[in-house]
Design a protein around this ligand. Sequence first.
Ligand SMILES: CC(C)=CCC/C(C)=C/CC/C(C)=C/COP(=O)(O)OP(=O)(O)O
Length: 283
Amino acid sequence: MSQLRRDYKKCERIIKKNSKTFYKAFSMLTNEDKKNAVYAVYAYCRYADDIIDQSNDLAALNQLKKELDDFVRNEEVNNFIFRALLDVRKKFYQDFDFKPFYDMLEGQYMDLNFKPINSLEELRNYATKVASSVGMMLTPILAPNGNKEKLDLVSYHLGVGMQITNILRDIGEDYKINRIYLPSDLMSKYNYKISDLAIGLINDDFMNLFNEIAFTAKTHYRIALENMDVFPKEERQILTYALVLYREIIDVIIENGYDVFSRKQSVSEMRKIKLIKEYTINE
Ligand SMILES: CC(C)=CCC/C(C)=C/CC/C(C)=C/COP(=O)(O)OP(=O)(O)O
């Protein structure tokens, strides 16, 4: 097996291990080059995220930024992620502005110097760095000829919708590492305190707070869905699956009594299969 194939295989193992939803959706791509490219982008993002979530390692994040600088300057970066990304670059990133790759790192620096989030607007700003950026990395692969403005719009809304979902699902886990992504102005509005969060209190105030944030996420999902026609048919189908599977986490949480404290909520395999059937576009 060539080194490049082995590099892509490693990237595939990373997405497969870390995100059931995204692997389920993107592994449906029939174009091998596109599929591998998505896996390489995922591996880059996962690596950046893990450096911070697992070890708060500033030196490693600085090193990754340096590697990205070298890569962008066309200097050799000899590790499996950048070797794979070099191939992605040749195939999909002609004239590409690597800003989304930098945005992802900026989002990780924000987590490292964590500052309380005061409003939905600040939350959206954070989500733009860590999730809409992923959309902007993926759209040149998924829709090389699509209208850039519309692709950016979908990246923005789908990224923000997914990131808010992720934040709602991980409220308990994040609190344990001193990260509160719930906007403080909304916490005040619903009279839900940090001391409530500390004991995992699920009361009417919490449910109202959760519902308002969930409603925001669903609005972003709706706008993304309304603009999916910017993608070619197969990619549109696959992204629609990714969207509805991820969005479903919100409903699962609500059905389970808003419990985001005692376990990580997820969509069952059976429910995923049902959603895939329901959202298959028959033309
Ligand atoms: C236009 C376009 C392609 C937009 C999509 C952008 C996109 C995929 C953003 C990622 C958002 C997100 C919260 C990922 C969590 O990943 P994770 O690995 O933590 O996953 P998990 O929640 O399944 O654990």
